[in-house]
Design a protein around this ligand. Sequence first.
Ligand SMILES: Nc1ncnc2c1ncn2[C@@H]1O[C@H](COP(=O)(O)OP(=O)(O)OP(=O)(O)O)[C@@H](O)[C@H]1O
Length: 335
Amino acid sequence: MGEPSATEPESERESEPALRGVEGAEDSVIHTRALTKRYRGGQLAVDGLDLTVPAGSVFGFLGPNGSGKTTTIRMLMGLIEPTSGAARVLGRPMPRSSRAVLPQVGALIEGPALYGFLSGRQNLVRYDAADPTADPRTRSTRVAAALDRVGLAAAAGKKAKAYSLGMKQRLGLASALLQPRKLLVLDEPTNGLDPQGMREIRSLIRELASDGTTVFLSSHLLDEIEQVCTHAAVMAQGRLITQGPVADLAAGTRGRLVVTTPDTAEAARVLKEQGASDVVIADDRVSAEPPDRDLADLNAALVTAGVRVRGFGVERASLEDAFVALTGEGFDVAG
Ligand SMILES: Nc1ncnc2c1ncn2[C@@H]1O[C@H](COP(=O)(O)OP(=O)(O)OP(=O)(O)O)[C@@H](O)[C@H]1O
């Protein structure tokens, strides 16, 4: 006795003043308030994080290597204690409610631990057998369903050491799907995969999300977040830069101005004169960061200077443009 019970005692809510009355705290799957982690060596890895992950979203947790993503995920999963602040997962405080929360969460953190000498199927059976909440009577059915779900049914009898990296990653995902989950937490799920493997995992994530499961995935790849996620949060140096629906994040930023013309050198000169920056010529296109003024004036200036304008427009801003605009830094994709 004395163990935390599966039903949340009312006192848990009352003792969490940091999250009471906070907008979004009730219907969000993950909610943190001033979540902070300082490692023993003094490194401030996560600094006052306020994160809200809406139910049903595919939420991208984006940031360059070392920005604090894994540290945050480890706090959310109750693997490490925050230095200060609070976190709720599925409405319950972590790490205190780990025993009630974690069975409802499928997690793939820092790559799957696989036994190479066992087949894919045997690996899942072994993994499931180590889970005290898993029903052994339904084990083989659940293992078969999970293998099928990730497209490994045909390769289920093969030894895991013969799997490609993409297949290993899919097997890891299958292990997170052995039981019905309300939330999937995936730390860099496509890390180390070739483009084909990445495509497979991404389409699998979309599929998993389509039945309403909330998916929280970290990535240092901007285009991955844009392709897969409905919502995102952007981290840099342990701090939250922005969060919200992916479409809104990019929409708040102006995209690059692109002029198509045979007179590229003259067009570049005029654009600079008009206050545009970062002017780049490539073939018959001149692109630039537009100045903060009416673009019709720029077009008029080009025409007045005799530049033959074939095309004039602003490209849709990407999440990368938003990141650069928000931080004033490039996004170090290579990490
Ligand atoms: N156990 C630890 N002890 C001390 N410092 C740590 C520890 N783990 C991470 N750090 C430091 O905390 C910072 C954040 O690391 P974290 O792994 O959370 O970032 P990340 O965004 O997940 O990056 P990556 O994608 O490289 O894992 C880094 O500066 C890292 O060096």
